[in-house]
Ligand binder design. Structure first.
Ligand code: XCC
Ligand code: SF4
Length: 630
C-alpha cells in the first residue's frame, strides 16, 4: 500500500487552475469570475437591513432613515429577513422528505422501489402507531408513508419524532413554545408572521425561526433520512474514493448531483447492469463510472460506495474535465451555470425534477412510477454521448483519496458493540463512547456540516479545522459538503488516525474507524440529532452538557440556517465561519449570539478567523467538561 499523505488545499487549487485553463480555451464562464463581478456585495443585503416585503419599499435602514415607510425598525426588518431565510431552508429540506415519503408510498414487491430495511420500517411503524401484526410489509410501508405525510399538515399536535428527544429537551421546547407542529404550518406561519404589518418583535421572529428549524430537523429531514433508509438500506461501513480523480477517462462518466436519492439509486442500478455496460463497450468505452457531487453523492456513497467526484464548488470542475458525458441533477445546490457551461463541452446537462428546472438542460421528468425507464433513458443518453467527446479537452486531475463512509447511528452502535460486549442490548448503547469522553481519552466531539462558500477559501476551513480538532482528541461527525472536503483530503482514510492525538488515535484503532465519521447528506444531520439524544439518554447528561458543538465554517444556503436553528434549538452550541444576514440589528444579533442560551441552552458564535474558530470550539468543549466535573 502506498504511503499515506493528505491531499492539500493547494493541490486542490492547482488542479482547479488547470481545469480553468481548459475553460478559458472554450470560452467558459466560472464561479471564480462571477465572484469578481459581484464583489463587493451589497452592504444593506449583507447586514439584513433591506426590506422588500411590500411595494411601498424597498426600504433600507440607514442612520438618516431609521425606519421603513410602515415604521418598522431595523430589528423588525432583520428579524423578518432571518425568519424568511429559515423558512426557505425548512421548506426545502422538508419537501425533500415529503418526496421520499411519496416514494415509500409507491414501494411495491414488484415495483421500482422496494423495502430494503424492514426492521427500520417496523420501528417507525411503532413510533407512528401503525399496526404491523400479521400484515404485509408493503401495506405497513404505505401506511407509515401516509402517517409521515400527515406530519406535514396535521391540524393538531406536534411532530412525532420530537418524542425521540430527551425529556429535558422536550420540556424546553414546551416551555419556550417552540415544539414544532405540522411542518407546513411552521413554514406558512413564518411567511405569515413576516408579511407586511405582522411581527416586528425580534423575540417573536427568532422564536419562530427556531420552531421552523426544529420542524425541519426533527420533522422533514428526519423523515427524509428514515424513509430513505427503509427504501435504500441503512448505511453500513463501506469503502469508497473521493475527488475528481474518481472519474475514469476510458469510461462513460455519469455524474449525479443534487439531493434526492430516488433517481440516483436507479441510475446506479442501471449503470451497473450488464446490458448497459455491454452497450457502453459497443460505443467504444471500457465501462461506466457513476460518481457524484453534493448530497446525492453522499447518499449513494453511504449506501453503495459510489465515489464522490467533489462538493459544491467543484460542480463546474466536473464538466471542465471534458470527460463528463452527463451530469444528472435532481434538486438543490445545482448551479444554473451548468447549462451554459455544458454547452461549451459535449456534456449533457440533464434536469429531472419539476422543482429544479433550468435553461439549457435536457429535462427528463422523473417520477417514482416511471423511475426505471427514466434512469435507463438517462444512462443510454450518456453512453451515446461518449463518441462526442473532444479528446483534446479531456483532462482528469490525477487526484483522489480512499475513504471509509457509512456511519449511520446504527453502524456507530454496532462498531461500539464490537469493543465492549458488556452492555449490549437490542437497542445498542453509546456507553463505550461516553466512557471514553468521561475518561478524557476523547475530549469531545464536533458535528461539522455545511457547504462551500467563496467567502471562505473553499475546503480550507473544513480541512484545517478537522486537522486541528482531531489532533486535540476531538472526534468529528460530518455530513454534506463538509464530509466531501474531508474525504477528498484523506481524512476518512483509517490511516488518518496517525494525525490524531494519542487518545483519539487509540479509539480509532480499537473501534477500527477513521477519526472523521461520514454520517451522510444534509438531511442526515437528523442522524446527529438522534445520536446526541442517545448519548444524552445513556450518559444522563442533558444534550447541552455533552462536550459537543456544531460547526458550519463555509455554509451558504437557506437550508444551512434552518439546520443551525434546529441544532441550536436542540441545545448544541454552533460555530459559523460566515455571518448570517443579521448583524445589522444589535437585538437580533445579540439574541443569536448569546440571548438564545436563556431559552434553549445554546447559541451561535461567528468567527471569520478559522484558527480562532477552532480554538473557541476547543475551549467550549473543555468548559463543558469542567462543568461536568470530568
Ligand atoms: Fe448544498 Fe447538501 Fe450545502 Fe453542500 S452542504 S452546498 S446545502 S449540498 Ni448541505
Ligand atoms: Fe418598507 Fe415596511 Fe414595506 Fe418593508 S414592510 S418594504 S419596511 S414599508
Amino acid at each position: 500500500m502506498s504511503e499515506f499523505k493528505l491531499t492539500t488545499v493547494e493541490e486542490f487549487e492547482a488542479a482547479t487552475e488547470r481545469l480553468l485553463e481548459t475553460g478559458a480555451k472554450v470560452g467558459a464562464d466560472s464561479w471564480q469570475l462571477r465572484v469578481k463581478n459581484q464583489t463587493p456585495h451589497c452592504k444593506f443585503g449583507e447586514s439584513g437591513v433591506c426590506c422588500r416585503i411590500c411595494s411601498m419599499g424597498p426600504c433600507r435602514i440607514t442612520k438618516k432613515a431609521p425606519r421603513g415607510i410602515c415604521g418598522c425598525d431595523v430589528h423588525g426588518i432583520v428579524g423578518r429577513n432571518y425568519l424568511r431565510f429559515t423558512a426557505g431552508g425548512s421548506a426545502t429540506h422538508s419537501d425533500h422528505g415529503r418526496e421520499i415519503a411519496h416514494t415509500l408510498h409507491e414501494a411495491a414487491a414488484d415495483g421500482n422501489y422496494k423495502v430494503k430495511d424492514p426492521e427500520k420500517l417496523l420501528r417507525l411503524a411503532a413510533e407512528f402507531g401503525v399496526e404491523t401484526e400479521g400484515r404485509d410489509i408493503y401495506d405497513v410501508a404505505h401506511e407509515v408513508a401516509e402517517a409521515g405525510l400527515m406530519e406535514y399538515g396535521k391540524p393538531f399536535g406536534y411532530q412525532v419524532f420530537t418524542k425521540r428527544a430527551p425529556e429535558h429537551t422536550q420540556e424546553i421546547w414546551d416551555r419556550e413554545e417552540i415544539r414544532p407542529r405540522a411542518i407546513d404550518r411552521e413554514v406558512s406561519c413564518a411567511l405569515h408572521m413576516t408579511h407586511m404589518g405582522c411581527s416586528s418583535k425580534p423575540e417573536a421572529l427568532i422564536r419562530q425561526s427556531l420552531r421552523a428549524g426544529l420542524s425541519d430537523g426533527w420533522g422533514g429531514s428526519m423523515m427524509g433520512t428514515e424513509f430513505s433508509d427503509v427504501l435504500f438500506g441503512t448505511p453500513r461501513e463501506v469503502e469508497t474514493e473521493a475527488n475528481l480523480g474518481v472519474m475514469v477517462a476510458e469510461n462513460v462518466n455519469i455524474v449525479v448531483h443534487g439531493h434526492d436519492p430516488s433517481l440516483s439509486e436507479m441510475i446506479c442500478e442501471y449503470a451497473d447492469s450488464k446490458e448497459m455496460i455491454d452497450y457502453a463497450k459497443s460505443m467504444g468505452a471500457q465501462g461506466i463510472t457513476v460518481s457524484g457531487v453534493c448530497c446525492t453523492s453522499n447518499e449513494v456513497a453511504m449506501r453503495r460506495g459510489i465515489p464522490m467526484a467533489g462538493n459544491f464548488l467543484q460542480q463546474e470542475n466536473v464538466v471542465l474535465t471534458g470527460a463528463c458525458e452527463a451530469i444528472v441533477v435532481d434538486v438543490q445546490c445545482i448551479f444554473p451555470a451548468l447549462g451554459p457551461l455544458s454547452k461549451c463541452f459535449h456534456t449533457k446537462f440533464i434536469t429531472t425534477s419539476p422543482v429544479a428546472q433550468m435553461p439549457d438542460s435536457d429535462f427528463i421528468r422523473f417520477n417514482a412510477k416511471t423511475a426505471g425507464e427514466n434512469a435507463k433513458q438517462i444512462v443510454k443518453m450518456a453512453i451515446e454521448n461518449f463518441k462526442n467527446r473532444k479528446p483534446e479537452l479531456v483532462h482528469i486531475p490525477d487526484m483522489k483519496q480512499k475513504a471509509v463512509v457509512g456511519y449511520s447511528v446504527e453502524q456507530i452502535e454496532k462498531k461500539l458493540d464490537g469493543v465492549t460486549n458488556t452492555h449490549v442490548d437490542e437497542t445498542g448503547t453509546m456507553m463505550p463512547l461516553v466512557d471514553c469522553v468521561k475518561a478524557g481519552v476523547l475530549r469531545g466531539a464536533v458535528a461539522m456540516v455545511g457547504c462551500n462558500n467563496p467567502k471562505v477559501r473553499p475546503d480550507a476551513a473544513h480541512i484545517e479545522l478537522m486537522k486541528k480538532l482531531i489532533a486535540n482528541d476531538i472526534i468529528l461527525v460530518v455530513s454534506g459538503c463538509s464530509a466531501q472536503a474531508a474525504a477528498k483530503a484523506g481524512l476518512m482514510d483509517k490511516r488518518a488516525k496517525d494525525l490524531c492525538g494519542a487518545g483519539l488515535k487509540r479509539v480509532c484503532e480499537l473501534v477500527d474507524i477513521p477519526p472523521v465519521l461520514h454520517m451522510g447528506s444534509c438531511v442526515d444531520i437528523s442522524r446527529m440529532m438522534v445520536l446526541a439524544a442517545r448519548i444524552a439518554k445513556d450518559s444522563g447528561w442533558n444534550i447541552s452538557q455533552i462536550p459537543l458543538v456544531g460547526c458550519a465554517p463555509e455554509w451558504m444556503s437557506e437550508k444551512a440556517v434552518s439546520i443551525g436553528n434546529y441544532v441550536v434549538g436542540t441545545g448544541i452550541d454552533t460555530y459559523l465561519g460566515v455571518e448570517p444576514y443579521a448583524y445589522g440589528s444589535e437585538e437580533v444579533d445579540g439574541l443569536l449570539k448569546g440571548g438564545l442560551t436563556d431559552w434553549v441552552e445554546a447559541c451561535y458564535t461567528v468567527e471569520h478567523d478559522i484558527d480562532k474558530l477552532g480554538d473557541m470550539m476547543i475551549e467550549r468543549i473543555e468548559e463543558k467538561r469542567t462543568a461536568l466535573g470530568i
